[in-house]
Design a protein around this ligand. Sequence first.
Ligand code: NA7
Length: 535
Amino acid sequence: MSPAVEFDALIIGAGFAGLYQLHMLRDRLGLKARVLEAGSGVGGTWYWNRYPGARCDSESYYYSYSFSDSLQQEWSWSERYPEHGEIRRYLDHVADKFDLKRDIQFGTRVASAEYDAAANLWHVRTEGGEAFSARFLITAVGCLSAANIPKIPGLESFGGQWYHTGRWPQEDVDFTGKRVGLIGTGSTGIQATPVIAEKAAHLTVFQRTANYSIPARNGPVSAEELREIKANYAAIREKARATINGHPFDISPDSALDVAEEERLARYEKAWETGGLRFRAAFRDLLTDKAANDTASDFIRAKIRSIVKDPKVAEMLTPKDHPFATKRPPIDSHYFETFNRDNVTLVDIKATPIAEITPAGIRTSEREHPLDIIVFATGFDAMTGPLLAMDIRGRDGVALREAWAAGPRSYLGLQVAGFPNLFTITGPGSPSVLTNMPVAIEQHVEWITGCIDHMRKNGLQRIEPEAEAAERWVEHVNEAANATLLPLANSSWYLGANVPGKPRVFMPYAGGMANYARVCAEVAAKDYQGFVLGR
Ligand code: NA7
């Protein structure tokens, strides 16, 4: 084993979070910092998610960094919802513009990190056997990066190819003339289905839970729109930061129940035409009042029935198990229309469960479906998955896996008691996945940078949360979730319910991005209230 290379800060991951954190620590604070990244390029989520149809569901002009005006003025997005390749090109441009790559070590997956209390250092080891040490360890590993591949018997016997969407190969997969089976109808499956259906000889979609989806209404961004956006960026960013979920648009102040039915339907029609996540902004109480939500859920159900021609298929595609938007709501380009194609079949695997994968395909309780390619669009071990994939050990060798055996416990989603100088960007307990990510990421990175700056200016070497402060925050995260309808989707990944055996804890903070940022700022202003800082 080579001797450890020492840094002020080690950052794990070179996506939106890791790139900005490196820039801030190295270029603003002058620290010796290094990013360790498993992939061979920058991008994080967008490095791995290259499946057909992979797009962002926030709009391009605000799914981007706000910290550099010259960056936002020089970059021009081509589409309303950028495709994965365009987002990678953007992040690559950012990495080049700020000369970040010289401090990123690619092809390096972190295996373990152990806190050494005597030296007050984190010792990090990679899967390749390299060793690093640093005062601060910052995880920028994303919330949706540990692939959830269901343990279906017989997968190893499959004679064709199979892929998980979140670990898509770098080279294109050719579906031309192939019999393709796709499992999963979350955002990913809903994006991939129409694109695969256009190429495949036949596509069979295996659906466990029917989902709501809103048309994205994707299209090119015109030169005039771009000019307008660039001229107004300061106001757009300010608005994004002031809203509940980091999107710079207004949510109607009206309740869905306060308007007459005709008016309500007219507003939903308009929102459906506008498309995307703006649909949720039609009324203020869609996520807080079940009766209000029912009106939106019923509207979407009626749309599905009007689009899908075969009434049996339409019925299978009509969501019944959860209210609209209590699972992360997908947006799509011609998803429901795709089931009108002759080469697409829907299989309800709640009615006829998958029994096994055979050398020739997928066998349900009803019959075998012969396949050449299987696509798992089965989601992720969200939020905690990528953190617990590493063996992280804090004070006295306590493993994060043990500390979180009953579910994640974090203060502000940023730090864990017993793990000094470890910061978790967009960790469980932060609003992250309920927001437009770059807004959450910039806020986290800037808070962490401010905290480290404060420590250096005051000769402080250690920071960790008080256990009671973390407990109170976990309670508050639960209260915030319970004030919404989100916990009603009892099989969602917000709750960890999609991964067998995972503790059911509502992980993201549902109290709103602006509110969360205010709390973090107050904590810092009150001398990092709830944290213990030491020399
Ligand atoms: P999601 O939203 O977790 O969706 C995964 C889908 O896969 C969902 O339909 C699941 O059904 C299904 N699934 C999961 N496990 C299985 C098994 N074992 N058998 C059959 N079907 C299964 O992941 P996505 O990748 O679509 O989206 C993740 C986020 O990325 C998304 O929210 C956006 O933020 C971007 P279920 O509903 O659990 O019955």
